[in-house]
Each structure stands twice: as structure tokens, then as C-alpha cells.
Design a protein around this ligand. Sequence first.
Ligand SMILES: Nc1nc2c(ncn2[C@@H]2O[C@H](COP(=O)(O)OP(=O)(O)OP(=O)(O)O)[C@@H](O)[C@H]2O)c(=O)[nH]1
Ligand SMILES: [Mg+2]
Length: 201
Amino acid sequence: MAERTNEVLDPSVGAAPDGFDGFKFRIVLLGEATVGKTSLLRRFTDNVFDEEYKQTIGTTFSTKDVEFVDDDGEVRLVRLVIWDMGGQATYKELRRQYMKGASAAIIVYDVTQPETFMAMNNWYESLREVSPDALVVICANKIDLEGQRMVPQQPGEMLRDWYQAPYYETSAKTGDRVQEVFLTVAQGVFKNRNDMSQPQM
Ligand SMILES: Nc1nc2c(ncn2[C@@H]2O[C@H](COP(=O)(O)OP(=O)(O)OP(=O)(O)O)[C@@H](O)[C@H]2O)c(=O)[nH]1
Ligand SMILES: [Mg+2]
């Protein structure tokens, strides 16, 4: 993953001319610090995992193209520009800018830390304030830590029902269901592409 930090959230940064003329979508990762946002992204883009915690300072992004078959049986290729912000970032305006105009958000909690589950609604509400139509996918991460699990499946399914959002139990460590999360995002944003009021990037 490109370890690029953009102090200013310039939306054109992720949309630099690159010869790709297909659909591009801006996706944001949300959730408390240490839940595994960066790890999920690195598992998805580079298929790697690092046990060592390196706090994300500011924001970074990675790009990956995803191929899938759409509802009409056509093979489609979309480019996801996935933004990753440190969960410890406290500056509210920065968070708003980060979320604004996103086509989708992956909101992550850590099943071994109940407080990260309790914070889900704050993330969800902040997103909805600036991006009412963005697709949401819920990630209950670190399910490999079976003995330390504190948040069972049922509360996750409650979120799924409240937010009307797909719910995945993932592990960035083992890779469990990580590809599915991003595939669901790619298919979902592609399907919604005509409903989005914001230009895609
Ligand atoms: N066992 C296990 N550890 C994980 C998993 N995902 C992440 N971790 C570990 O949890 C720690 C935090 O992961 P990060 O991906 O840096 O978390 P983050 O959400 O990006 O944190 P911030 O950048 O501070 O917001 C790291 O030590 C990771 O190795 C997982 O699925 N299983
Ligand atoms: Mg991070």
C-alpha cells in the first residue's frame, strides 16, 4: 500500500489522470483506533498482514481495481479509491471532509473491544450527516481471536438490521471474508452509480 499522507483532503489527489476510463468510486474506512482498518485495507490490496500496530496519522489512500459480474451477467471492472483515516483523528471538520461525497463506507469494530462496538453509531451518524446515500458495510473484525471475543454475533446482526447494511465477520489476520467485503462494496456502488448525487472519483 502506498503510505501517502495528505494533510489536505484534496479530492483530486485520488483522481489523478491514470488512463483508467471506467467507473471510479471513493470509499472510506471508518471506526475507532486499532480496530483494524489499515490491516483490512492491506490484506485486500497487498494480501499481507502485520502484527505490529502502526497508528495511521492523518489520512492515506490505496487504489484497487475489482472485477465482478453484474446483475445483467456482464463482467465489470471498477476502480476503488479507498481512504483510510486514523481513528484517533479528533478534528471533526477533517472527518466531515473525509466522509463527504464518499460512495461507500466500511465501518469497522473489533469484536474483542466492546467500546469499539459502542462507538459504531457515532461513526454511522457522522457519515449520514454528510453522505446520506452512501452505501454502508459493517465489519466485525478480529474474529480469529476466538478466546478474547467479547462482542458476539447477535449485536452485530442488530446493527445490520438498524442500518440495513451488509454485515461481515472478518479477520485481517487470516484474511477471512476480507475480499467479500470489498467485492460487496464494489458491486453495491456500481449498482447505485446513477443514484449518487456526487461525482465519482
Ligand atoms: N488478531 C488480529 N489482529 C488484528 C486484526 N486486524 C488488525 N489487527 C491488529 O490490530 C492492531 C491495529 O490494527 P490497525 O489496522 O493498525 O488498526 P487501525 O484501525 O488502522 O488503527 P488506527 O490507524 O489507529 O485508526 C495491529 O496490531 C494489527 O496487527 C485481526 O483481524 N486479527
Ligand atoms: Mg490505521
